[in-house]
Design a protein around this ligand. Sequence first.
Ligand SMILES: Nc1ncnc2c1ncn2[C@@H]1O[C@H](COP(=O)(O)OP(=O)(O)OP(=O)(O)O)[C@@H](O)[C@H]1O
Ligand SMILES: O=C(O)C[C@@H](O)[C@H](O)C(=O)CO
Length: 333
Amino acid sequence: MPMLTFDVTRPIDFIGVGRLCIDLNANEIHRPMEETRTFTKYVGGSPANITIALARLGLKTGFIGRVANDQHGRFIVNYLEERGIDTSNVITDPSGSVTGLAFTEIKSPTECSILMYRDNVADLKLEPGDVSEEYIRRSKSILISGTALARSPSREAVFVALEYARKHNVVVFFDIDYRPWTWTSEAETGVYCRLVAEKSDVILGGREEFDLLEDLHGTGQGNDRETADMWFAHRAKIVLVKHGGDGSTAFTSDGQIYKGTTFPANVVKTFGAGDSFAGGFIYGLMNGWSIARSQQFGAASASIVVSSHSSSEAMPTADEIQAVIDKYGQRES
Ligand SMILES: Nc1ncnc2c1ncn2[C@@H]1O[C@H](COP(=O)(O)OP(=O)(O)OP(=O)(O)O)[C@@H](O)[C@H]1O
Ligand SMILES: O=C(O)C[C@@H](O)[C@H](O)C(=O)CO
């Protein structure tokens, strides 16, 4: 198995980069948004959720991002601090931007959708000058979310973070995290995500997301093996393709394939699955576990989060995840 090398002398385990937002999850589940009256507020944004997952698992985490200078921005920073996430590199944007909102509709356990409000959002105001080389140099790993590439100056800030990560041997996780709201076109998404994928050590995405990087327009028609080989020709050591309720497939640059199964869940909603999976999977890799065990840990974590109302708030502890694995057995295929 190709090992990722995490520098154990670094004081920070993991830094999330990009989106800090608010999720407003429908309280009246099994109803369309048109009939939904009340929502519960949680911290959201995929890289925020993954960082919260890893903090919950006990890693030393930090974040690089911008929040709006409003009550929601302060809610987010306070929440991260309560969770033990270092916010010294979270900047309050002074430009009058707003906090990104994700309204979630839970029509049925399988029919969920997200409605995002992302005009003039603070997270995309992140500037290259906000990214501290010293901060990144102190971390073992960083996570880039594809959505942070959707607009300048956040796009340039991501490339600066990548340069520092490469320079200081910081492991780069890239989650394609495609959200159509913030991009101008699929071609634009493909171009910028490819540039980051080429420089990343571990790439995570759904089949449709990888298709966008291969000019297949998110059809779900691409071939996982060919996808993996495309990125192994660059820098990647692990390519993980997520397949929803069908599990995931991990490819490693030494030619191995690992099929990850799912754990039983009382599904409330499907969103949050990818972020909780990523948290558990990254945690396993950072502990030096096998790919199969890391995938299993991610899948068990996801089974807990899809059975809950929130994404961030529901991120489980290592004991809670292990209890699921113990209950249902190893479920490796
Ligand atoms: N219905 C489910 N029941 C149990 N586990 C699930 C279910 N859906 C997803 N998972 C687990 O979560 C992992 C990631 O899910 P998925 O492929 O849906 O990610 P995603 O598309 O990034 O999710 P999201 O909806 O959060 O964007 C899967 O590989 C699986 O282990
Ligand atoms: O990533 C977002 O901005 C929304 C998330 O916080 C939400 O919980 C979700 O979609 C998770 O998949």
